[in-house]
Design a protein around this ligand. Sequence first.
Ligand code: NAG
Ligand code: NAG
Ligand code: NAG
Ligand code: NAG
Ligand code: NAG
Ligand code: NAG
Length: 363
Amino acid sequence: MFLLVLCLSSSSILIQTSEAQICLPKKHAALFVFGDSLFDIGNNNYINTTTSYQANYPPYGQTLFKYPSGRFSDGRMIPDIIGEFAKLPLLPPYLHPDPDFIYGVNFASGGSGALLQTAQGYVIDLQTQVRYFKNVKKVLREKLGDEEAEELIKRSVYFLSVGSNDYGDLLNVTNSTVTLFPVDKQQYVDFVIGNLTNAIQEIYEQGGRKFGFLNVGPIGCSPSIRALRNNATCFEEISAVARLHNVELSKMILKLQKQLNGFKYSLHDFYASLSQVLTYPSKYGFKGGSGGCCGSGPYRGVDTCGGNKGIKEYELCDNPNDYVFFDSHHPSDKACQYFAKLIWDGNHTFNKPCNLNQLFQLS
Ligand SMILES: *[C@@H]1O[C@H](CO)[C@@H](O)[C@H](O)[C@H]1NC(C)=O
Ligand SMILES: *[C@@H]1O[C@H](CO)[C@@H](O)[C@H](O)[C@H]1NC(C)=O
Ligand SMILES: *[C@@H]1O[C@H](CO)[C@@H](O)[C@H](O)[C@H]1NC(C)=O
Ligand SMILES: *[C@@H]1O[C@H](CO)[C@@H](O)[C@H](O)[C@H]1NC(C)=O
Ligand SMILES: *[C@@H]1O[C@H](CO)[C@@H](O)[C@H](O)[C@H]1NC(C)=O
Ligand SMILES: *[C@@H]1O[C@H](CO)[C@@H](O)[C@H](O)[C@H]1NC(C)=O
């Protein structure tokens, strides 16, 4: 009843969702999420893949959801918290049976990259994620009418984390020695950026205007790579490729801004923000910077968290909040909170030209 009363105001509209009739402020912006396991909230639960690309078993989800939802963390992932800041309800994964799209939806898939061949056959690749978005647009047009749907698509934010897994494929791991395969790094980065650009252009052609980007983090510093090298130091060569990607990503975004009328963005320098946390963990309330909470071997960096990826034994820390990384690759809920806050309302140091909150406010 209360909601219906609110709907009498001309600034709201009544929407029938699968669960209830809801009243939506006409001007709300939805959040559409694309990318890899840093953003995946359970899409991989619904595809035929291996446990390496899934997190729907304990102890994932133990801190917050109290069940393993498919998030690669003890609790929330960054987009969950961004959604809270944007006052949106918890978004569903796209492949969830009967999801509602009205506040947005999450297409991200752990293991995926910009390139089709990255974990091909085991993940939802970026092209497919964009194709799913086109389906969502059709549904929104049916639900809201063409004009209202177009307006919503235009006001909404498209939030992407893409690239890390493409570069993971460059690692040649043999007997505790990690090197890079001898590929032309510039050309490889150009392929990744080129494919990412195509995805953004397609979203733009569907009417998307406001893009939030995370660049690629210092991937050579994950507990996983440290463990592979049996070595406390980061693997600088792969982080250097990430930096090259980030330079090209910035250039590409500036170019799109010139080419695409109305294109707006917020670029979070995840490389810099994560590097800082890993260098000064205690400053940010973390006890261990280099290790994970859940896994085995050095730095608990061997990807055995949950005990069903071929190896049964694994260690689990007492308090995931002490750790930047929950498992061998992915941030803990506590770390996600820190990064989400920084992405949402951090200053120009890490967010250019504006933060995600400001991007949401733009008309
Ligand atoms: C899932 O994939 C495996 C191997 O990749 C295959 O053997 C199996 O038939 C697939 N299952 C379904 C339901 O597609
Ligand atoms: C890896 O180690 C095994 C046994 O320790 C050895 O037989 C093999 O030659 C090594 N491979 C390389 C590429 O060094
Ligand atoms: C991978 O690394 C091993 C050991 O360092 C090396 O022998 C092999 O040639 C490398 N493979 C490629 C394709 O570069
Ligand atoms: C996309 O990646 C493929 C390799 O998977 C590459 O051949 C192609 O040129 C890339 N596309 C662009 C536009 O860069
Ligand atoms: C550990 O890292 C240092 C510095 O990068 C390197 O010189 C050394 O060979 C590495 N050791 C192993 C076992 O990988
Ligand atoms: C930006 O925020 C950081 C904390 O994230 C702070 O240390 C820095 O002083 C701020 N810079 C400006 C210019 O306000």
